[in-house]
Write a protein that binds this ligand. Structure first.
Ligand code: MN
Length: 496
């Protein structure tokens, strides 16, 4: 990823004289310096000269558009800045914008305040004028209010920066389909042209045997090295299988990992879909191999699900470099625990769950697949971390995309599941299993999800807003009556 930066643009006007403008510039430089020193922002903020004229505003926003390293602009009106001056610049601006509604001083200086101070420090006044023109233009932006030196405000700016990166990077995502969507399945389908229009995603098909040739071309030496790495890193669970045959099966996945990664890099793709029913010359369904590629940051969707593959990639990018990240993965709703007080959904996939979400040790196991007609594939098996997370599903409703975002609480299962040879997670959706699952089904959400411990519903909803698509939230406040109304109203709002 590029070394993205965010521009900090302070608005003012020349009504109050040069001394006032000098203070405005000085204050905004202090804010930028402190934001950069705070360690609460994942990307650097760059100070820009105070914007006071129509011409400079327009020029600055156009420079931001063409600067490849600028991922967005943060604006703040230190004084009053007549917002008609901003119309043209904003209309031409195409990147994420954060309206930081703050003030240089925290406290009213009761003993000394006079009208000069009031005129110089009137964000409460100027930011309202600025907000108005956005609303009048119908433009998407993020508004964050609070004192700039407060940790919670800085963390919210940092959180928005990750959304902005998801917006900027979305248009660079290329998904490789090495199989079509699974026959007869509805929810994984979608309009690829519309996806490119809305999200910028390029979604291209390749014959499975082209990638199988890339796997065949991997040298035995490279495979042996990677198998050694696997055997060092993971626990090997032979479970009575022949040791030599086990290693040979693991080696097949090592060849797939190397061959797939080379093929993806050569053709410049960042996400991939496979299909257990269309494996061509591949000897095994890519299991361990896909799990490792996901851990490296590639998006993935099973059974040709390119929408989820792209979403996993978006969310991997948004969380890149995050300290203490707990993980992001492709996931699938499998089976319920309906015992009162212990309700939840067991999450897994045939094989392909990202080890970034693993809690504790990771093992390699081999088991037959009940589907497909290939060798027993090697896969990484583990259980996942506990705590709050989000599950998202992007669906195509024919006339629009909808992103469904569910807050979930991840837990340990009550008991181990020794006969289950796949990686798992277990969660209870908010507000509870019944309402959460009813709302998900009413919204048309898929069984496949893009899942993360490291992003919030707010970040994903803001991303959807920036993409100009519908977003619905299922969280602790969801009631079915209200949710059904929301879906009904959205049908009108988002109708083409
Ligand atoms: Mn699936």
């Amino acid at each position: 990823m590029k070394e993205y930066k965010f521009w900090f643009c302070t608005g003012s006007q020349d009504l109050y004289g040069d001394e006032c403008l000098a203070h405005v510039a000085e204050h905004s430089k202090i804010i930028v310096d402190e934001l950069n020193k705070s360690k609460n922002l994942p990307f650097e903020v760059v100070w820009k000269p105070t914007l006071i004229t129509n011409k400079l505003i327009r020029q600055t926003f156009n420079e931001a558009n063409t600067d490849e390293l600028c991922a967005g602009v943060i604006t703040w009106m230190h004084t009053f800045s007549p917002a008609k001056s901003w119309i043209l610049g904003l209309q031409e601006f195409r990147k994420p914008l954060l309206h930081l509604h703050t003030q240089f001083n925290r406290e009213i200086p009761y003993d000394t305040i006079d009208m000069d101070f009031m005129n110089e420090n009137q964000a409460a006044h100027g930011d309202r004028e600025f907000g108005h023109i956005f609303s009048r233009l119908g433009m998407e932006r993020k508004v964050i209010m609070g004192y700039w030196a407060d940790e919670d405000v800085q963390k919210r700016i940092g959180s928005w920066m990750r959304t902005a990166i998801g917006v900027i990077e979305s248009s660079h995502i290329r998904v490789m389909r090495i199989a079509d969507n699974m026959r007869n399945v509805a929810v994984t389908e979608g309009d690829k042209v519309e996806a490119q229009i809305k999200f910028g995603w390029e979604i291209d098909a390749y014959p499975v045997n082209e990638i199988a040739e890339a796997v065949d071309a991997v040298s035995q030496a490279d495979i042996n090295d990677l198998v050694e790495e696997y055997y060092d890193k993971y626990e090997i669970l032979l479970e009575g299988r022949d040791e030599k045959e086990f290693r040979e099966h693991v080696a097949v996945q090592a060849g797939i990992e190397i061959g797939f990664e080379r093929f993806l890099k050569e053709k410049n793709y960042h996400a991939i879909v496979t299909h257990f029913g269309d494996l061509g010359a591949l000897k095994q369904l890519p299991g361990l191999a896909i799990q490792r590629l996901m851990e490296k940051g590639y998006g993935f969707g099973g059974e040709g699900d390119w929408k989820t593959a792209a979403m996993v990639r978006v969310m991997k990018i948004m969380t890149q470099g995050m300290k203490d990240a707990k993980g992001t993965s492709f996931m699938e709703d499998y089976t319920y625990n309906l015992v009162p007080g212990k309700e939840g959904i067991l999450q897994a996939h045939m094989l392909e769950v990202c080890p970034s979400i693993a809690d504790g040790k990771i093992s390699i196991r081999e088991q037959p697949l009940s589907m497909g007609d290939r060798e027993d594939p090697a896969r990484l098996v583990f259980t996942s971390k506990t705590g709050p997370a989000i599950a998202t599903s992007l669906i195509d409703l024919g006339d629009r995309f909808r992103l469904i975002i569910n807050d979930v609480e991840c837990k340990k299962t009550e008991k181990p599941m020794p006969n289950l040879p796949v990686a798992t997670a277990f969660w209870t959706p908010q507000p509870n299993l019944k309402t959460g699952a009813e709302a998900w089904i009413l919204a048309g959400g898929a069984h496949h999800t893009a899942f993360s411990y490291d992003l919030t519903a707010e970040q994903m909803g803001d991303w959807a807003n920036a993409m100009d698509i519908e977003a619905v939230y299922i969280d602790k406040n969801t009631t079915i009556r209200q949710f059904k109304n929301e879906l009904l109203w959205n049908n009108i709002v988002y109708r083409k």
